[in-house]
Ligand binder design. Structure first.
Ligand code: BES
Ligand code: MN
Ligand code: MN
Length: 458
C-alpha cells in the first residue's frame, strides 16, 4: 500500500492538470444546447476510464444522456464495489459573478475554481486516480469494482431507476461507494448516512388575456402576482411549519440518540450565520439548525416571475405569474404522495378569479441507512489514514435520487464519503474544490479499496 500512497504524492500536480481538462467540458444537463457537450464528456470519461486500466468500458445509451460503465473484476474472493458518480454539471448563470471563467479551471489559494470542481467531476476524478495508482504500481486492484458515471443527476436522474432495474445483474455488487457530498467542515471529514428527497413544481397563474393598464382596470380584476403571493404565503405558518394537509404524516421523527449525537458535532452556529450573510437564521420552531437542514422537510420557492421588473416604473397588471417551488423530503415521505397532497392543496387555495396550473418536474426519494456495517467501518479507517482524523457521521440536506434505488433494487449498503466543503459554492458562481481535500481524498479512496478488498466476500 505504501508504494501506492507514495505514487499518489508524487503525481499530485499531474492530477490537477488532468482534472482541468475534464472540467473544461461544459456538460450542463439542464440546457438542451449542451447535448453534444454531454456526449463529449461521456466520451472523455470513458477514455479516462480506459487509460487508468478499467475494462469493458462503454457508453450505455438511455433515453437521455449515456451512462458510462467500466469494471475490473479480477480480484478473486474479494468483494465488489459499485462506484457511482455523475459527469453532468449545473448551469453557470449568473456568469458575471464568476471571478474566472467556469470552464477554464483556475487555481487560487489552494482551491481549484470551475463548474463541476466539487460537484461532481473532481470527486469522481479522485477515485479514477486512486484506481490508476493501484494499477500503475501493482498492475491490479485489491478489490473488484464496477464504475457507473451518469449524465443526468443534476436534472433528477429520470432514466436511472429504469436503467438499474434493466441492468441489475451487470451492476451486482456488495457495496455502493459514492463521493458526491461534502465534509462536515474544513478539517472535519465525514460519512453521510442520509439524504433528503425532492419534489419540484412549476406553478403558473393566469389572470387575463394580456397585461392591463393598472389604472383603467385596477380594482376590477385579480392580480396574478398578488394571488400567487397569497398562495405561497399559505404554504407555511409563521413558525416555519408547512401547512399542506397530511404533509408530515410519514415523517419519521428524530430519535433522542440522534439529536444528542448531533449536539456533539463541532457546529458553530454564529459562524454559519455570518458566512451566509444572513441577518438571522430561520426555520421550523422546535428544531436546531442541523436538524432543520438534515432531518426536517422543507418548502422552498426557487424562483418567482411576474410583471414589470425593469428600471423605472410601469403601471401594469401582469397577465401571468409563475413560481418554481420544491419540497425537500425526509424518510419516509414519498415524492408521489407528497406531489398529490401539494396538488390538492393548490387546487383548494387557488381562487376562482384566476387559472392556476401546476406542472411536476424532477425529484427523488429520501435515503437513510444504518452505519454500523463493516463497509462503513472500512471507510472510517481509510478516511482516518487519508485525512489524519476519523470521520464524523452526518446526514445531508441535498439529494442524490439514485441512492435509494440502489438500496431497494440491489439490496446493498451505500457508503457516502464526500470531500467537498459546505462553502465550496456547488450550484453557485465560483464553485471550487480544496486541493488538499482532493489529494487526501485520492489517498483515502486508494486505501478504501484496499480495506474493502481485504474484507473477503460477505
Ligand atoms: N451532489 C449533490 C447532492 C448533495 C449535495 C448531496 C450536498 C449531499 C450534500 C447533487 O449533485 C445535487 O445537487 N442533487 C440535486 C438533485 C436534484 C436535481 C434532483 C439537489 O440536491 O438539488
Ligand atoms: Mn452531485
Ligand atoms: Mn449537484
Amino acid at each position: 500500500m505504501l508504494n501506492v500512497v507514495d505514487h499518489i504524492h508524487t503525481n499530485r500536480d499531474r492530477y490537477i492538470e488532468e482534472l482541468k481538462q475534464y472540467l473544461a467540458i461544459p456538460s450542463i444537463s439542464a440546457l438542451p444546447q449542451h447535448k453534444d457537450d454531454l456526449r463529449r464528456c461521456a466520451d472523455w470519461t470513458a477514455g479516462e476510464m480506459r487509460r487508468i486500466g478499467l475494462e469493458n468500458v462503454k457508453l450505455i445509451e438511455t433515453p437521455g444522456n449515456p451512462v458510462v460503465y467500466g469494471d475490473w473484476l479480477q480480484a478473486d474472493g474479494a468483494p465488489t464495489i459499485l462506484f457511482y458518480g455523475h459527469y453532468d454539471v449545473q448551469p453557470v448563470d449568473p456568469l458575471e459573478l464568476w471571478e474566472s471563467p467556469p470552464f477554464e479551471a483556475t487555481v487560487r489559494d489552494g482551491e481549484l475554481y470551475a463548474r463541476g470542481a466539487a460537484d461532481d467531476k473532481g470527486q469522481v476524478f479522485m477515485h479514477f486516480k486512486a484506481i490508476e495508482a493501484h494499477m500503475k504500481k501493482n498492475g491490479r486492484l485489491p478489490v473488484n469494482i464496477r464504475v457507473m458515471i451518469e449524465g443526468e443527476e443534476e436534472v433528477g436522474s429520470a432514466h436511472l431507476d429504469e436503467f438499474i432495474r434493466a441492468h441489475k445483474r451487470d451492476l451486482a455488487a456488495d457495496v455502493v461507494v459514492i463521493s458526491d457530498s461534502a465534509m462536515f467542515d474544513r478539517g472535519v471529514p465525514s460519512i453521510c448516512y442520509s439524504l433528503r428527497g425532492l419534489v419540484y413544481f412549476q406553478i403558473d397563474v393566469r389572470g387575463t388575456k394580456s397585461d392591463l393598464h393598472s389604472g383603467v382596470f385596477g380594482g376590477a380584476v385579480a392580480n396574478p402576482a398578488f394571488v400567487l403571493g397569497q398562495m405561497l404565503a399559505q404554504m407555511k405558518d409563521r413558525g416555519g411549519r408547512i401547512k399542506i394537509p397530511g404533509f408530515y404524516e410519514d415523517v419519521v421523527p428524530l430519535t433522542e440518540e440522534e439529536r444528542t449525537a448531533w449536539r456533539m458535532l463541532p457546529f458553530n452556529e454564529k459562524k454559519y450565520r455570518k458566512d451566509l450573510g444572513a441577518p438571522r437564521l430561520f426555520g421550523e420552531s422546535g428544531y436546531t439548525t442541523l436538524e432543520r437542514a438534515w432531518a426536517r422537510p422543507t418548502f422552498e420557492v426557487n424562483g418567482l416571475l411576474s410583471g414589470f421588473t425593469g428600471e423605472g416604473a410601469k403601471t401594469v397588471i401582469p397577465a401571468v405569474a409563475m413560481a418554481k417551488v420544491s419540497m425537500r423530503l425526509v424518510p419516509n415521505q414519498h415524492p408521489d404522495r407528497i406531489a398529490t397532497l401539494f396538488e390538492n392543496y393548490v387546487r383548494k387555495t387557488a381562487p376562482k378569479t384566476v387559472n392556476v396550473t401546476v406542472t411536476r418536474m424532477h425529484g427523488g426519494k429520501p435515503w437513510i441507512t444504518s452505519y454500523d456495517n463493516p463497509f462503513v467501518q472500512a471507510a472510517g479507517r481509510a478516511i482516518e489514514q487519508g485525512f489524519g482524523k476519523p470521520p464524523v457521521f452526518c446526514r445531508e440536506g441535498g439529494s442524490i435520487p439514485v441512492v435509494s434505488t440502489f438500496q431497494e433494487e440491489l439490496g446493498v449498503p451505500a457508503v457516502l464519503f464526500g470531500v467537498g466543503l459546505p462553502d465550496e459554492n456547488a450550484h453557485a458562481p465560483n464553485e471550487r474544490l480544496d486541493l488538499d481535500n482532493f489529494h487526501n481524498g485520492i489517498v483515502a479512496s486508494a486505501i478504501l479499496y484496499q480495506e474493502i478488498g481485504s474484507m473477503g466476500r460477505p
